[in-house]
Design a protein around this ligand. Structure first.
Ligand code: C2E
Ligand code: CA
Ligand code: CA
Length: 637
């Protein structure tokens, strides 16, 4: 038969390029990287040998028969091991260790490959796979078994990966699907048209797909420090946990780098961190990860004694100096070791400990004992995060309304919308507790949007303008104020609910003004053009940058409760409030006094010229229905 060898030449070329590219990249410690190397080597061997044995088969007598037989055996072994290792590769995409799988899985995994190896080895006696008849290469009757095993492994591998949902990105699914299809296509074609020899071209194309889609080490490296980054750490952590491995994480926090960067520049800071990264990477045998904020994590699988040794060694090294462009400098450090999964078994707690351990003072040396960490607090925060997530999907939020009284009109004219989280199991959770956490993980954006929707629906459906309410004040978080499209979003929602722009007033805080002056100002100006008014919340709690406040389109200033309390408790309190009121009035703005609880306060504030009063003296924040009742009662009086 005339075999078409050119496909195999191409395949060998592709295998070589893939091998070269793969080996020249800096690899992470994931097991699948090593398996991929094996996979390419098997392919390269199989592809090359396939050229030789085909040549030998086409030209009888060129090679000695024993050598030709040997080539054939290598070819068949390479074929079955290629399929087997494709499977192992797929498994290691989601696990870092194959020891902790069930016995049934082990049988399903190893039995077919052992069986087929047995069949190939017994070929000299059975001629099941191939034989030579009058010097001509002939396929054995059981050769199809090789392909059956191949399909078995490839299919098994794909099912496996799809089962482990946590790890399957779209990218992974696409890459797997294409390697499955191309691999099968090539094998089937070769089965029916043997002279085409397409198989290795198919396999090498699969490897190219893997190389381009799944083996992307750049993603895992910190480009400046040239060691693994946070993404790599999270991936290894997840893989190790998924394979039930026991290991340790050593936190190494380099102190004082922020101050150093401020005085010496970011380049010098990076240079020092790079020196440290190089050292840690080497001493940990390439198990160091840069976690940002001058913190490195080292992953270690050795026993405790060796870890203590390593920690002591690092401690000693930090007593010396680090080189950078401006000379040699000293740095302080803090370290802590945690055992996974004995002491911590999830990444959230691991991160919580990271922020918590930096604030601790080490008892001896530079090492913090994990016992010093307040895990109750960690547990509490993680639980709150889950409750917030659940509240968003199950809509466990309600809006309460706290009436605001106008001194001039002697009645309730507006109200502040205050969010409430009522969890079915944990009950009531105060916004003071969950808003900061929602701000940290970004879920405040979703929550903020939901607050708008609920308040706007309330304004429209309950026709509160007929009950004397001119507008509802809505709190904006700092994070919301930093969103570029905020103004647009609000306008669109207002139009969706068909309410008047005058029916709302947005409360911003001084911190928002200080943190993101530019975007906040843009948002405010845009909204202000649309006739939406603003209040400055919590006035008197920070030190106000009056000139910055002057440039903002504000209408109302809300004096914080702490300031209002001064009126009655502190001798010069009155003076402070008086001059603040005078200043705000001169700016042409109105004043809300917050947290007014007693008649005495109310009387004094009236006299001093405050415009509005909000506080328990009139009412606590009320659920929708009660708020409506409250307003109706006022009307009937
Ligand atoms: P805030 O904006 O300063 O709201 C006023 C807080 O003072 C409310 O607490 C209110 O219940 C309480 N308060 C009102 N009158 C009195 C009084 O006479 N005495 C005392 N002791 N307290 C009074 P709340 O509802 O627990 O809210 C706490 C904070 O949570 C709010 O402070 C605000 O910063 C935030 N927050 C509430 N709802 C939202 C929201 O929808 N979005 C955002 N981003 N933050 C919100
Ligand atoms: Ca407020
Ligand atoms: Ca306030």
């Amino acid at each position: 038969m005339e075999y078409q060898l050119q496909f195999n030449y191409c395949a060998v070329l592709i295998y070589s390029i893939v091998l070269f590219t793969h080996l020249s990249r800096k690899q992470t410690k994931e097991k699948h990287n090593r398996i991929f190397t094996i996979l390419i080597l098997i392919g390269l061997t199989g592809g090359s040998v396939n050229i030789l044995n085909t040549y030998g088969n086409m030209n009888p007598g060129v090679f000695h028969q024993v050598f030709l037989n040997l080539l054939n055996y290598i070819y068949f072994f390479a074929l079955v091991f290629a399929m087997f290792f494709y499977f192992i590769y797929t498994i290691t995409l989601t696990r870092n260790d194959l020891n902790n799988i069930s016995n049934i899985m082990k049988v399903a995994l190893y039995f077919p490959i052992i069986g087929i190896v047995g069949v190939i080895l017994s070929n000299p006696f059975t001629e099941a796979i191939f034989y030579y008849e009058n010097g001509i290469y002939t396929r054995g009757k059981q050769q199809f078994l090789l392909y059956v095993i191949g399909f078995y492994y490839v299919t098994f591998g794909v099912i496996w990966v799809l089962r482990e949902k946590k790890f399957t990105s779209l990218n992974l699914k696409l890459a797997l699907a294409s390697y499955y299809l191309i691999g099968c296509f090539a094998v089937i074609v070769q089965l029916f048209v043997p002279k085409l020899l397409l198989q290795h071209l198919g396999f090498s194309a699969c490897q190219l797909i893997i190389l381009l889609n799944l083996q992307k080490p750049e993603e895992y490296l910190d480009s400046e420090l040239e060691i693994y980054n946070k993404i790599a750490f999270e991936r290894i952590f997840a893989l190790n946990r998924n394979s039930n491995l026991e290991f340790s994480v050593i936190y190494v926090y380099v102190e004082g780098m922020d101050a150093f960067a401020k005085s010496m520049g970011a380049d010098s800071e990076k240079a020092v961190l790079k020196e440290i990264a190089k050292y840690l990477d080497k001493i940990s045998k390439r198990n160091a990860y840069y976690m940002e904020n001058s913190t490195f994590f080292l992953i270690y699988e050795e026993e405790l004694e060796k870890i203590d040794n390593l920690v002591a060694q690092i401690d000693k090294r930090f007593k010396g100096k680090w080189k950078c462009d401006i000379g040699e400098i000293n740095t302080d450090l803090k370290m802590m070791t945690v055992l996974i999964p004995n002491q911590i078994d999830n990444i959230e707690t691991l991160y919580f400990c990271n922020s918590s351990f930096r604030k601790k003072e080490p008892q001896k040396g530079n090492v913090i004992d994990i016992k010093e960490i307040d895990f109750q607090e960690a547990g509490h925060q993680i639980k709150l995060k889950q409750i917030i997530k659940k509240a968003i999907s199950e809509d466990n939020f309600q809006i309460y309304y706290q009436p605001i009284y106008s001194i001039k009109e002697n009645r309730i004219v507006s109200a502040e919308a205050l969010i409430r989280l009522i969890d079915p199991e944990e009950g009531f959770i105060s916004p003071g507790e969950f808003i900061p956490i929602a701000e940290k993980n970004g879920s405040i954006i979703k929550i903020g949007e939901m607050v708008f929707e609920k308040v706007f629906a309330f304004i429209r459906d309950r026709e509160i303008s007929n009950l004397g309410i001119k507008y509802i004040e809505i709190n904006l978080s700092v994070i919301q104020c930093m969103q570029k499209g905020l103004a647009n979003q609000i306008i669109q929602l207002i139009d969706k609910y068909g309410i008047s722009r005058k029916a709302i007033n947005l409360e911003i805080t001084e911190t928002a003004a200080a943190d993101s002056p530019k975007i906040l100002l843009e948002n405010m100006r845009e909204l202000s053009k649309e006739n939406i008014t603003f209040s400055l919340d919590d006035f008197g709690t920070g030190y106000s940058n009056i000139s910055a406040l002057m440039s903002m389109p504000l209408d109302i200033i809300k004096f914080d409760k702490s300031m209002i309390d001064m009126v009655t408790t502190f001798e010069y309190g009155r003076v402070v409030i008086d001059s603040s009121i005078a200043m705000v009035k001169r700016m042409g703005l109105e004043i809300v006094a917050e947290g007014v609880e007693e008649l005495r306060q109310l009387d004094m504030l009236k006299e001093m010229g405050v415009d509005f009063i909000q506080g328990y003296y009139f009412s606590k924040p009320l659920p929708e229905e009660e708020f409506i009742e409250y307003l109706k009662k006022q009307l009937s009086l």
